[in-house]
Design a protein around this ligand. Structure first.
Ligand code: KIV
Ligand code: ZN
Length: 520
């Protein structure tokens, strides 16, 4: 049995099914690029039949990255789904079609209204059809964990006979426990006669908070592919978190004996931030591996131990997962050279023009606050990278707010769209941030409803930058914007304007993608 694990990332398919987390093609390409850099083996890029938007994204990812990583598209066990998946994937050098069909009695009876022989036949027919297009075929008996073991064994055996090269065993509703999932995988290994012709894969949902534990149990039982998402993104309580699985296998290689060396774990925190920024799904502070507190040692006794020897309380080195935290790095007098070194150390390769902009932002920030932390620098970079409005998009020129007890909060804003003349307007609101949002809407004429607004501190102390995330709904679509500043009103204005610009760009496109549940 090979001891190398295959990391199958489904952030762009199962992760994207999380409410409010849909991404456009450009955003999916950005995440796919980061997944390639991370070193995952397979990117499940979407469900091509779900919508023209999904098809376009899978095709774009297949064309751009299909020579470096295997790109996978999902299909129900229907001819039209399989044909559509193939059409989206065909330009990739490395591709996989992933066919699924529910097998549990609940799904057979209530959803599919099919009996066991019909399920077996449909599974075989669809794997054969997919195999007619490409060699690399994955078959998933949906809700496998609640399927009778003898029937599951039969379906898996028939799917392999028909040509499946990977058999995935989904815990679709997050019902399994580690021992049960271990037993299920062990049973298949023992009783599926042709199991040596396929890789067994785990696919765990987190409804009981057991997705990572179950995935690791599957690996112990012999699974050699793990399906997972960045930050554990996914419907309901999400999917198994990629960063946790990889770091558990890496840190406890003494126990699992599994090779994860193809994954560049130093990219984990960066990709976690990218996915969080794009989807607007915040990462909880105490989240394992990538949370802001993941490496914070507050208790005196821990700090004492750490000062003697880090291994007393630290099982992983923060730098091995690309954790930047709140390290004090630079001040007002740090030069260009030191700043460039720090940017490179943080994993960013900026072109000269962007570097100069970020450097001047850094000087301005260092004037406002004494200590500049790694987290501040990452935010400055993200501010600039996310600050490339297309020619016809809106830019903030200036703003003024007045607020206080006994007065009416008011905001006056100046914006410019492309090269057209600067426009000015004012609005009142129930606070200065509300007034700013209303003024922005008046000038841009983009109607939007604020769905979520979050502000958090990027480092420590009173002068810390505030990072603002906004989520808006415009024409039935959700858009996110993020910005950071020592002035949270300015950060709020910039974040909201970014979300409005995304809404304007999406409205210029032909049609919004819809997201059918995978079970239909
Ligand atoms: O959870 C599930 O069953 C799935 C399948 C489509 C693999 O996501
Ligand atoms: Zn799933």
């Amino acid at each position: 049995m090979s001891d190398r694990i295959i990391i199958f990332d489904t952030t762009l398919r199962d992760g994207e099914q999380s409410p409010g987390c849909s991404m456009n093609t450009e955003e999916k390409l950005e995440v796919a690029g980061a997944l390639v850099e991370l070193g995952v083996d397979i990117i499940e890029a979407g469900f091509p039949i779900a919508s023209p938007g999904d098809f376009e994204a899978v095709q774009a990812i297949a064309r751009k990255f299909g020579d470096r990583t295997t790109i996978c598209g999902l299909a129900r066990s229907r001819d039209e789904d399989i044909d559509r998946a193939w059409n989206a994937l065909k330009d990739a050098e490395k591709k996989r079609i992933h066919v699924f069909l529910a097998t549990s009695s609940i799904h057979r009876q209530f959803k599919l209204k099919m009996d066991k022989p019909e399920i077996l036949q449909r599974a075989v027919d669809s794997v054969k059809r997919a195999k007619g297009y490409c060699d690399n075929i994955e078959f998933s008996p949906e809700d496998a964990v609640r399927t009778e073991l003898d029937f599951l064994t039969e379906v898996v055996e028939k799917a392999i006979e028909a040509g499946a090269t990977t058999v995935n065993i989904p815990d679709t509703v997050g019902y399994a426990t580690p021992k049960q999932y271990f037993d299920c995988i062990s049973h298949l290994k023992k009783h599926v006669r042709n199991i040596d012709r396929a890789i067994i894969s785990s696919h765990c949902h987190n409804d009981l908070g057991l997705a990572v534990a179950n995935s690791l149990a599957a690996v112990e039982a012999g699974a050699r592919q793990v399906e997972c998402t960045i930050n554990g993104l996914g419907e309901r309580a999400g999917n198994a978190a990629l960063e946790e699985i990889v770091m558990a296998l890496r840190t406890r290689s003494d126990f699992y004996g599994i090779d994860t060396s193809h994954i560049n774990t130093r990219k984990l925190c960066g990709i976690s931030r990218t996915v969080s920024t794009i989807t607007g799904m915040l990462v909880q502070r105490n989240k394992a591996i990538v949370g802001q507190n993941a490496f914070a040692h507050e208790a005196g006794i821990h700090q004492h131990g750490m000062l003697q020897d880090r291994s007393t309380y630290e099982i992983m080195r923060p730098e091995d997962v690309g954790f930047t935290g709140a390290n004090l790095v630079l001040g007002k007098h740090s030069g260009r050279h030191a700043f460039r070194d720090r940017v490179t150390h943080l994993g960013h390769a900026l072109d000269d023009a962007t570097f100069e902009q970020v450097f001047s932002d850094f000087i301005a920030l260092a004037d406002k606050k004494k200590d500049v932390y790694d987290s501040d620098i990452v935010a400055l970079i993200e501010n600039r990278i996310g600050d490339e409005p297309a020619a016809d998009q809106w830019k903030l020129i200036s703003f003024h707010t007045s607020a206080g007890m006994g007065t009416i909060p008011t905001a006056t804003m100046q914006l410019q769209q492309g090269e057209s003349p600067v426009r000015c307007d004012a609005a009142t609101g129930d606070g200065p941030v509300d007034a700013v949002f209303r003024a922005l809407q008046r000038i841009t004429g983009i109607p939007a409803e604020l769905k979520n607004y979050t502000v958090r501190s990027l480092s420590v102390g009173q002068e810390a930058q505030g990072e603002v995330l906004v989520e808006i709904a415009a024409k039935n679509r959700i858009h996110h914007g993020k910005a950071a500043s020592t002035d949270i009103i300015e950060a709020s204005a910039l974040a909201y304007l970014r979300a409005l610009n995304k809404a304007a760009a999406a409205q210029a496109l032909p049609q919004p993608p819809m997201h059918p549940q995978h079970s239909r």
